[in-house]
Design a protein around this ligand. Structure first.
Ligand SMILES: Cc1cc2nc3c(=O)[nH]c(=O)nc-3n(C[C@H](O)[C@H](O)[C@H](O)COP(=O)(O)O)c2cc1C
Length: 236
């Protein structure tokens, strides 16, 4: 093996040079869950002229927010970047990854460390549906405000990242089920992004996701054998 490495930008963009896939991403006739999960791929080439309807973006986001979250506090926050000028501004911050400007939108998945402050709103809605007696709702809300309110910043950040990962995955699968493609991206300068897009201080940057009509399929999947990553019952 050679000892050569690459710059971050080269690392993130090399994939397009070496990927010899010719066809567009597969359009699924069957969108049952297992097919969608098996067929979703990270797609890095998009039709730049294709603009998604806002209603479709909203439907994908609504479906994503059905993901589970710690105490149902739903700390995810979304910044949908659809304006071409704003995408151009993001491009250098995201290592000039072309999908930033070519996909219909880039969705910044953010996580609010102060999401627990919405406990009253969330649990009142549960109680109003008749799914929780009022006094139990009060106990939940008080415990959340008291408990999460005392968590240190890094614990709240960890919760935001876990829940942010779950909502991101659900978003990408929902998009695939609707015939769209995505790529999750961690290859961007987080500090620059937070500043340039005026992101509130209490939000964590989780990842960026390009969403649109793919023009070239992503890599065929290669995974470690399940045996290499699986143990049963306890580690010896
Ligand atoms: C948190 C995270 C960050 C990622 N960052 C990037 C990125 O910046 N650029 C990119 O092209 N792909 C990125 N990827 C995509 C991975 O390279 C891809 O998921 C992996 O190679 C597996 O391929 P698949 O998604 O097609 O199954 C990222 C994936 C994850 C989960």
């Amino acid at each position: 093996m050679t000892k050569k490495t690459m710059s971050k930008e080269e690392y993130l963009n090399k994939v397009k040079e070496i990927d010899t896939t010719k066809g567009a991403p597969k359009q699924l006739e069957d969108t049952d869950f297992l097919t969608v999960a098996k067929e979703r791929r990270s797609v890095r080439q998009y039709d730049p002229d294709f603009k998604m309807d806002k209603s479709e973006i909203l439907e994908i986001l609504e479906t994503a927010t059905l993901a589970p979250s710690s105490s149902n506090l739903q700390p995810w926050r979304f910044l949908v970047i659809e304006d071409q000028k704003e995408k151009e501004r993001l491009l250098p911050i995201a290592n000039n990854q072309q999908q930033i400007v070519d996909a219909s939108v880039v969705i910044a998945i953010l996580g609010d460390r102060e999401a627990y402050k919405n406990a009253e709103q969330i649990y009142s809605a549960i109680a109003e549906k008749g799914n929780m007696p009022d006094e139990v709702k009060d106990m939940y809300v008080n415990s959340i405000l008291d408990g999460y309110g005392k968590f240190p910043k890094d614990r709240l950040a960890k919760i935001a990242h876990i829940d942010g990962g779950l909502v991101s995955m659900q978003l990408m699968l929902a998009a695939k089920a609707k015939g769209y493609d995505t790529v999750p991206m961690g290859g961007y300068d987080e500090a620059q992004f937070l500043k340039a897009f005026n992101v509130p201080e209490n939000y964590e940057a989780i990842m960026l996701i390009s969403l649109g009509k793919g023009s070239k399929a992503g890599f065929e999947k290669t995974r470690l054998p399940l045996d290499d990553v699986l143990s049963w019952n306890r580690f010896e």
